[in-house]
Every structure is written in C-alpha cells, then in structure tokens.
Design a binder for this molecule. Structure first.
Ligand code: A3P
Length: 331
C-alpha cells in the first residue's frame, strides 16, 4: 500500500467542530491508499488488521459509500437468512451485521471521555468492540464496510464471497450526509460549506466517484451485485427477489411481503434494532436528528441551489469522463 499521507487539519477548522465534540471523533484525517480515501487518523493503526482480515466464502458483505442505503440493504439481507420476528432480530445491526472499520473512526481514549457507566463496556460504540464482534461472528457472517475497493481485505478478491454494492444519487447522498455529520460528528458549519467539502472530497470515506466506479467496473463478476437506492425505493419487492436470487435464497411471495413490510421506512424507523439510534452522537441539539431521516428520492430538491447543482454537474462530468457509468448525469 502507498504510504499514507496526512491531510492538514485545515479541514477540521473549516468544518468548525466544537471542542467537546472532538472527544468522540478525531479531528485529524488521513488520505489513505492509491484512492486517497479520507479516514480518521486511527485508521493507520487498524488498517493491517483489515487488510489481512480472513474472508470466508459464505460471508455476505454490504459495501457502500455512506448514506447510499447501507442500513436498508443490511436489514434486507439479514431477513433473507433469518426470521425478522426471531429474538436475534432485536439485536442492533451493529452486532448482527457489524461495520468492519468502525473502530478506526473512534478515539481510543473515548471510554475515559464518557460519563462513567453511560455506555456498557461491550457496546459496539466503544473502540475495539466491533473488532471483537467481527471475530466472533458465526457463519454465514454479515459484514458492512464503507472502504473503497483498494482498502478492503485482500482476501475478498481471492475468496470471492458475495458482495452487495449499493449506490444512490450523489445529490441525495450529500444532503443525507450533511444531516448525518450534524447528528453524529456535531458538524456546525453551513450547508454551503458542507457541499464544498463534499465536492472537494474532504469528508470521511470520500471520494465518492472512485468508490462507485471501482465497483461499477467489476459489477459483472458473479459474486458482485450492484444495487441502486432509487430502484429499491421504486420496487422493494423486486429488490428483495433480486438480492435473494443473487444470494441463492429461495423466497416465496409471503417471505417477500414479510421483508418488504419489515424493511419499509416506517417499520425500520420504529425498529431500535435497525434504526441506528444506538449510534453514539455528538452531545448537541443535533443529536435529535433521526438517522432514518426521510428515506426519499430527490430530497436534494429541497436543499440544493442552482449554484450547487452547477457545481455537482461539473464535478460529475469531470469524474465520469471516459466512463460508461450511466446514472446520475441528468443534473
Ligand atoms: P435520508 O437521510 O435521505 O433519509 P445509510 O444506511 O447508507 O447511512 O443511509 C441512510 C439513508 O438511507 C437515510 O437517508 C435513511 O433515511 C435511508 N433509509 C434507511 N432505511 C430506509 C428504508 N427502509 N427506506 C428508505 N430509506 C431508508
């Protein structure tokens, strides 16, 4: 791997993170690997574990850029293998379908920064616990990641387990990520500044287009399923059948209906095991923003100005130059 390059702290200054919020998520970032993915500085300590992570052939991976429909797809996949009403379904997704690199986002000093007893010692929100959860998963294992293709475990490309990659209109991703950053990290800057950071690829897990296009290039491999949020939204039943077929799971109409109901926005929003409200949030008013916020296609229309759209258009054209990627070019 190319030696990581420190990204200057200017980014966090421009984000305007209040001091107390820094306690939860570090304020130093790294550009990592050939794709220069933006990661929190602790990633360097964790990366060797991720790179050499032993992959199993019956694993199911959900890989995405954040806010593209990760949680929705995770719950859908889990329900294909399990009874949505079984007691295990009450466990949060952070345990049933852990987020591989989550520990690398957390300050190792976090436990000392929280009020004593406020978080259980085995809570997936504490650094190191997700790694333990991942180690103890029983097969078939379900694993989520936001890493770009280059940074995913090397064995993924030898063992070839099933990988579901989900994309969403970058304009909706941007709006959703804005609220996510306010809620989870305590982002205090303006929406305008956030759009700039998004298009400049200066947010955690950027760059978006490299993320999408690397998987687009391998979409025809038999172990890859390329899904779109918009298609799931349009016809979730078809998406359930498509994912089931890909994973080799037999589903009858009743099972499809059950999953469509269980994975509807209203059901998932009300389900503490699936709505990600167990995520540790910055101690601000914005922690009240819901992770399951709107779940719509086209919410960007309520937020992006003409100037933003022009910038999105240029950014998209620049990144898609020479690519056969067919979506999200009608800005
Ligand atoms: P919004 O912020 O636009 O509402 P991720 O899980 O990748 O972080 O993505 C989160 C986004 O997916 C949020 O988008 C969330 O509301 C939406 N989402 C999650 N579950 C959903 C569902 N069952 N139906 C529709 N959208 C859903």
């Amino acid at each position: 791997m190319e030696k990581s390059k420190i990204v200057h702290g200017v980014r966090m200054e421009s984000i305007g993170m209040p001091l107390q919020d820094k306690a939860f998520f570090a304020d130093e970032y790294l550009d990592v690997g050939p794709g220069k993915q933006v990661m929190v500085r602790f990633f360097e300590d964790w990366y060797p574990k991720y790179a050499t992570f032993p992959v199993l052939s019956d694993d199911v991976w959900v890989v995405t850029y954040p806010k593209a429909g990760t949680t929705w797809t995770q719950e859908l996949v889990w329900c294909l293998y399990n009874d949505p009403d079984a007691p295990e379904s009450k466990q949060p997704l952070t345990r049933r379908f852990p987020f591989l690199e989550f520990d690398s986002l957390l300050d190792p000093r976090l436990p000392d920064m929280l009020p004593p007893g406020s978080v259980a010692s085995d809570d997936p929100m504490l650094p190191g616990n997700t790694w333990k959860i991942v180690q103890n998963l029983k097969s078939p294992r379900f694993i989520k990641s936001h890493l770009v293709k280059d940074l995913l475990p090397e064995q993924l490309w030898k063992v070839n387990p099933k990988i579901i990659y989900v994309i969403r209109d970058p304009r909706d991703v941007c709006v959703s990520y804005y609220f996510h950053n306010r809620k989870i990290l305590g982002y205090k800057g303006t929406f305008d500044s956030f759009v700039d950071l998004f298009l400049d690829e200066k947010l955690i897990f950027c760059p978006l287009w490299k993320h999408y296009l690397d998987f687009w290039k391998i979409r025809d491999q038999p172990n890859i399923l390329f899904l779109r949020f918009e298609d799931m939204k349009q016809d979730l039943g078809s998406a359930v059948r498509q994912v089931a077929k890909f994973l080799g799971k037999e589903v009858d109409d009743a099972k499809v209906s059950e999953i469509v109901h269980h994975c509807s926005f209203s059901q998932m929003s009300a389900n503490p095991a699936a709505n990600n409200e167990t995520f540790l949030t910055a101690p601000t008013e914005d922690s009240k923003i819901r992770f399951m916020r709107k779940g719509e296609v086209g919410d960007w229309k309520n937020h992006l100005s003409e100037a933003h759209l022009k910038a999105f258009k240029e950014w998209t054209a620049k990144n898609l130059k020479g690519s056969d990627f067919p979506y999200y070019q009608d800005y």
